[in-house]
Design a binder for this molecule. Structure first.
Ligand SMILES: NC(=O)c1ccc[n+]([C@@H]2O[C@H](COP(=O)([O-])OP(=O)(O)OC[C@H]3O[C@@H](n4cnc5c(N)ncnc54)[C@H](OP(=O)(O)O)[C@@H]3O)[C@@H](O)[C@H]2O)c1
Length: 243
């Protein structure tokens, strides 16, 4: 166990990977704040179980005023913001020639503008504190090509590139900025994959298995622990498919 007694923001913690990260970080004795556009039963369950150590609000990641307010509230409630995990995102399952303008704009807004706003608000607090960890959940799509995911892939490539520049901006202030890039894992987002597509991905994966939430948690936990000198890196959790 690496990360303990931290105040951590995980965006998009209502389900999928974000929910698993929130649950495991809480179990390990951290305080977790998260948001999503809609509340799920899991959010009520975590509130009942962890009380003041857990904070959830319904918030759209692209609401700049709301995101600033969220960060201010979390900093007041928890006393600090030690780590941010930029996890909230939407997927894509369409060739570019069939992707309409509205869909392109939504992916860019949620997957690019959203994490940028949250990071901007959080690093202001972290710079005052003199420490902090930013961990972007990127994707192997940011570094390798997969048909039907062009705009999504571009948004993940943005996170990787933005992370490297930001690491140079805030590194000297004690803030570590990195990306964790999972391969495909089971969630609502990846449910668009057909069984034969999943079988092909597995066949091409050197480890023979897809990553799961817990594999990814273990790496995120290390990245935000503050115990590494890892800075400006993309860490793949993909069973070696990109190797
Ligand atoms: N699944 C995969 O195979 C895979 C592979 C590589 C990387 N990833 C990345 O892993 C991360 C988690 O993916 P997942 O598969 O767990 O996704 P998911 O099951 O679809 O969950 C996405 C979460 O983000 C929230 N969210 C989406 N849009 C939002 C918005 N505008 N404002 C606030 N919250 C928003 C969702 O809640 P609401 O919809 O209620 O807002 C939900 O809590 C993403 O960054 C994804 O790109 C996924």
């Amino acid at each position: 166990m690496h990360t303990k007694n931290q105040s951590i923001i995980v965006s998009g913690g209502s389900r999928g990977l974000g929910l698993h990260l929130a649950e495991r970080l809480l179990e390990n004795g951290n305080r977790v704040a998260t948001f999503a556009r809609s509340r799920t039963k899991a959010m009520d369950d975590l509130s009942a179980k962890y009380g003041d150590a857990f904070h959830f609000v319904e918030l759209d990641a692209v609401d700049a005023v709301g995101v600033n307010q969220f960060v201010a509230t979390v900093a007041d409630k928890f006393g600090s913001i030690d780590s941010v995990v930029n996890n909230a995102a939407i997927g894509q399952d369409q060739l570019l020639m069939h992707t309409d303008l509205d869909t392109i704009r939504r992916i860019v807004d949620i997957n690019i503008v959203g994490p940028t706003l949250l990071t901007r608000a959080a690093i202001k607090r972290m710079l005052l504190q003199g420490n902090g960890n930013i961990c972007n959940i990127s994707s192997i799509c940011g570094s390798r090509g997969y048909a039907g995911l062009s705009v999504y892939a571009g948004s993940k490539g943005y996170l990787d590139a933005m992370m490297r520049a930001l690491a140079r901006e805030v590194g000297e202030a004690g803030i570590l900025v990195n990306c964790v890039a999972p391969g495909f894992f089971e969630s609502e987002m990846s449910s668009v994959l057909l069984p034969e597509q999943l079988a092909t991905i597995k066949r091409r994966t050197p480890s023979g298995s897809l990553s799961n939430d817990e594999n990814i948690f273990k790496v995120v936990d290390l990245v935000i622990s503050g115990t590494t000198n890892m800075q400006g890196q993309v860490v793949f959790v993909d069973g070696g498919i990109t190797s």
